[in-house]
Design a protein around this ligand. Sequence first.
Ligand code: MEV
Length: 311
Amino acid sequence: MVVSASAPGKLILFGEHAVVFGEPALSVAINLRIIIEVSPSDRNELDGMPLTRGRHPYLEATLRRAQSDQPISLSIRSEIPQASGMGSSAAVTSSLLACLQALKGSLDRESIARIAFEVEYEVQGRASPIDTTTATHGGGILLLREKGEDFLWEIEKGDSVWFLHGCSLPEMTLVVGSTGLEAATGPLVAGVKALFEREEAARRAIRRIGEISLEGMDALRHRDLSLAGKLMGENHDLLNSLEVGHPMLEEFVQASLPYSYGAKMTGAGGGGSMIALTDRPNRVKEAIEACGGEAFIVTTEPKGVVLEPSI
Ligand code: MEV
């Protein structure tokens, strides 16, 4: 029996890093996906080669945590660049979990979101459930400190608890500028934690980012793109103050601004990607490419993890 599933990438519009400390954040699934195909085998393998913890930490942790006793052979097709801030690891983990569930019966998105979060937390050393719930559920996702409208599920870890909500947002076109520099999320998250423990200014920045997420969501819902863009800029500056910026991200943000409502880094930073909110996506794409970046024009995607016909 061969099964296949896909899950979308994501962009964090507001609130990355601060969300790890329980602050509100807003993300959206995008129309770039990862597709995984799985079939029963006599050992766990990827493209015919054995799976190892060292080389495939997310896949290994997913198989272990899903407690699947059936070894599998898997292949992955991806439209999402790796370690780019676009949620490729969360999309891999949730689509693999969907395949494993499909081998046994039916799909349960909430349990996929929970296990996928545990996998990210384990591999990164610390994480929020924003990436994994966005890949699993699709559409807009809002993380809050308490239960609100369109509540999906709550996820707890240590002394943190996140309340995850669906969030209907207007359809948006975003341009993603990728530095091509792969930056692992774990060490960046650990760096922000160290700053948070050491400096009052970092704690203030993280609290302000949480407020910006809520103000940004409101602005987007009221289609006030100028205000949303301004808030993106403020969020970007605060992320720089948390030392997760990169000179290339700065260059792409500056190059995008003349044709955008606003621009900011997205995801863990330290390389990875930035986003621009614009109604002139081709101009922004050209501007980023002129600085040596790779640019993608993406739209928001309502569809989360789904089973697919086999590849
Ligand atoms: C990574 O896409 C987003 C971070 O906030 C980490 C996390 O929330 O797990 C940097």
